[in-house]
Design a protein around this ligand. Sequence first.
Ligand code: SF4
Length: 196
Amino acid sequence: MSQPDLETRIRTCRQCPLVETCRMPVPGQGNFSASILFVGEAPGKQEDEQNAPFVGRSGQLLTSILEELGYLRERDYYITNIVKCRPPNNRDPNGEEIAICSAYLVEQIETMRPSVIVTLGRFSFQFLVPGRGMTESRGRCFRIHAVAGRSLSFAPVVLACYHPAVALYDPKKRGIITDDLSILPSLVQQLSVSDS
Ligand code: SF4
């Protein structure tokens, strides 16, 4: 399935009750041909209103960190969430919602075939790399061969990163996020050589 078809399917999805309390699903944004996919948890208020992921305060912080590193959303990466509809009052998505909606993320991963998937926060990290804690995993890379029990047709690398929202309340975390993301150029280059 092509990216536009997949995004249209997501935008018109009504598979779970979350769609009743949001404006509409937010499929993702950026360059689907890029090598890097960012995955967060779920849209917030601003994301729901603008129908774009990571455009609120924490998203703007992430965007500015990435721009400092030379990465532009429209050119260098695609960004999405595990759950595409905003949960009411920004509550955490529950297991059933993640189980249903994550099928779209798996399709996005298979269609885009990124060499690196950067997880933003523990929800997306523990979905893609189950059984590992965020604290000891942050800044580390994990090769994955399956997602939620489904084998992938390729083996991307997951880079575990904090959710940018943590840096809004703890400025030291901004430096940690920047440091963790600063390995992206060498990581992508290394993978393009080793996977070719
Ligand atoms: S959260 Fe996902 S599965 Fe539920 S309605 Fe929205 S797009 Fe569909």
